[in-house]
Design a protein around this ligand. Structure first.
Ligand SMILES: [Zn+2]
Length: 210
């Protein structure tokens, strides 16, 4: 259980990053280190622009400590508030923004048949692809975690399973290559999670209050 390995320092870093994401509308994130007892603690926080966050390479910041994975936030409040305001002329409350975010999420995942498994804290498809790449290349232990500015208490952890095969890895590389090409040619990639990749992860949600 990840829950038992989280240090107070890590909880504090999650909370700070989530709250500050709501105020600034910028993604934030940090690497998560694992000590020899398995306890998890945060590295230095990095700040992104809107929805693009680049963590420095783990090798550059970890000084030999094992990198378990990373954490980053996703931004909902600022862009949704703006969109709702433009549509209705009213400034929405956080609850109203959350309702819209949930509606959009259901609409997004219903046709993929994974609506029941998804939450607002679900990583993007790119997040999942990169986590597997990092695990396979031995850069991290394959853990990623997501916090959102609409929910200051829950952090969702996705950890790559140990039994991932070369075939899975090849599929991940193909997907990353295909998406990179699309991006280069000016097409946009859908960020919605894909059904096939979910089964390669273990999921755990942590409530920062207990
Ligand atoms: Zn993400």
């Amino acid at each position: 259980m990840i829950h038992d390995k989280i240090t107070p320092e890590l909880i504090k870093s999650f909370s700070t990053a989530i709250k500050s994401t709501r105020t600034t509308g910028q993604e934030q994130g940090f690497h998560i280190f694992k000590d020899r007892h398995g306890n998890l603690s945060p590295g230095k926080t990095f700040y992104g622009e809107e929805e693009s966050l680049q963590l420095e390479s783990p090798q550059g910041v970890c000084y030999g400590a094992r990198i378990q994975g990373d954490f980053h936030t996703h931004v909902f409040v600022k862009p949704l508030r703006k969109a709702i305001r433009e549509n209705t002329g009213k400034r929405p409350s956080i609850n109203e923004i959350r309702d819209v975010a949930i509606e959009l999420m259901i609409w997004r995942y219903e046709e993929k048949g994974i609506k029941e498994e998804m939450s607002l804290n679900t990583p993007t498809y790119d997040d999942a692809l990169k986590a597997i790449l990092c695990k396979y290349e031995n850069i991290t232990n394959g853990m990623m975690s997501i916090g959102i500015d609409l929910d200051e208490y829950n952090v969702e952890f996705w950890t790559v399973k140990e039994n991932i095969t070369d075939k899975d890895y090849r599929k991940v590389l193909n997907e990353l290559g295909r998406r990179y090409k699309r991006e280069k040619s000016g097409e946009s990639n859908s960020q919605a999670m894909e059904k096939w990749i979910i089964s390669l992860f273990e999921k755990e949600t942590i409530d920062l209050r207990n």
